[in-house]
Design a protein around this ligand. Structure first.
Ligand SMILES: NC(=O)c1ccc[n+]([C@@H]2O[C@H](COP(=O)([O-])OP(=O)(O)OC[C@H]3O[C@@H](n4cnc5c(N)ncnc54)[C@H](OP(=O)(O)O)[C@@H]3O)[C@@H](O)[C@H]2O)c1
Length: 317
């Protein structure tokens, strides 16, 4: 792909979008555009149509969404289903109306059925019921994947969905009300260490198994999908390796240097028992992750320490 290709990254100030922007720049792509939610509210159909028409990008990467953990999904079901559908519908439809040839949509491993066989293959999508704690987000995201597939089938355009596993890394969200498990643990262990190694209370039993991918590796998968016309409509992106939440907590405890007790609050929900991606489709095409979990957590913790004062609202430099 020509390095001057005009690429619009929706959500370029988020954790994933900023990693995609960084990685594309490092790979020599020089014609990147973005707009913050203040500049362009992607829920506003007319505003999105006008923006795409005016900017006329050749490629759109959709890394914009309302995201969050179990707590946020549970408290704001309407926002999770409606805003995500609005954002993706406005972007995908405007892309089609404006004859944008390539669109990369980001799904998520949590949109597979709750009790799907493990590891999760792409073909398991829509084969059973969803995890109730995040079904609002999942239904919206499934709609996005299927809309891109419909365009692919009907118009022959390269609209493809990547399904990332749990991501973490620089510019992660460390706000305990809305964060995912890994950054939440980093913050909790760090603050407990600062507080004379006070005990850390974590949600659930610690037994569920999860897979984590460093966000820069995810961004490299997006670059891979950009530079290659992937033959299918849907690809899992992960490491293909998982661990228990308890094992994750022990790694983070060691990296942060916390020496206190860990208390598991079993009155809180565990979520899906296991969520591991089968990443063989991407491996066969030639993409594989490069950063292992301990290295990625260390990098994330270093970034957290450098940004402790303002990590809730870090802006891109
Ligand atoms: N994080 C994960 O573990 C994970 C895992 C699987 C899939 N994904 C997918 O990756 C994508 C990005 O996630 P993330 O973790 O990077 O989330 P994030 O850090 O919260 O970033 C989300 C971005 O979406 C933008 N956005 C949200 N609502 C918007 C609106 N109404 N108008 C315009 N922009 C809006 C935000 O813009 P502003 O910053 O300008 O407000 C922000 O840049 C999502 O599609 C998510 O489903 C993430």
């Amino acid at each position: 792909m020509n390095k001057n290709t005009k690429i619009y990254i929706a959500g370029h100030k988020g954790m994933v979008g900023s990693a995609i922007w960084r990685t594309l720049s490092e790979n020599g792509f020089s014609n990147l555009i973005g707009a913050s939610s203040k500049e362009l509210d992607l829920r506003n159909q007319q505003a999105v149509r006008d923006f795409i028409k005016k900017e006329n990008p050749e490629v759109i990467i959709d890394a914009a969404a309302r995201v969050g953990g179990i707590l946020a999904n549970n408290d704001f079901p309407y926002q999770f289903i409606m805003e995500n559908m609005q954002i993706q519908n406005n972007l995908i439809d405007s892309a089609l109306q404006n004859d944008v040839d390539k669109f990369i949509f980001l799904g998520s491993s949590c949109i597979y059925p709750k009790l799907a066989p493990q590891p999760l293959k792409e073909e398991y999508l829509l084969t059973d019921t969803l995890e109730p704690t995040n079904e609002w987000y999942a239904i919206a995201k499934i709609t996005g994947v299927k809309t891109c597939q419909a365009i692919r089938n009907q118009f022959g355009k390269d609209y493809v969905s990547l399904m990332p596993t749990n991501l973490y890394g620089t510019y992660d969200n460390f706000d305990l009300n809305t964060s995912h498990v890994l950054p939440a643990m980093i913050r909790k262990f760090h603050e407990a260490k600062e507080n004379n190694h006070a005990p850390v209370t974590l949600w659930g039993s610690g037994l569920p198994m999860r897979e984590f991918l460093f966000v820069d590796d995810m961004a490299k998968a997006v670059v891979f999908a950009l530079e290659n016309k992937l033959p299918d409509y849907l690809y899992n992106v992960g490491t293909g390796e998982d661990l228990t939440i308890k094992e994750l907590a022990e790694i983070i405890q060691e990296i942060t240097g916390h020496k206190g007790e860990i208390i598991w609050d079993s009155t809180k929900p565990d979520g899906t028992p296991r969520k591991l991606m089968d990443v063989s489709k991407m491996h066969e095409l030639g993409w594989k992750h490069q950063v292992d979990l301990k290295e990625g957590i260390q990098k994330t913790y270093n970034w957290f320490l450098e940004n402790t004062e303002n990590f809730k609202q870090v802006k891109l430099k």
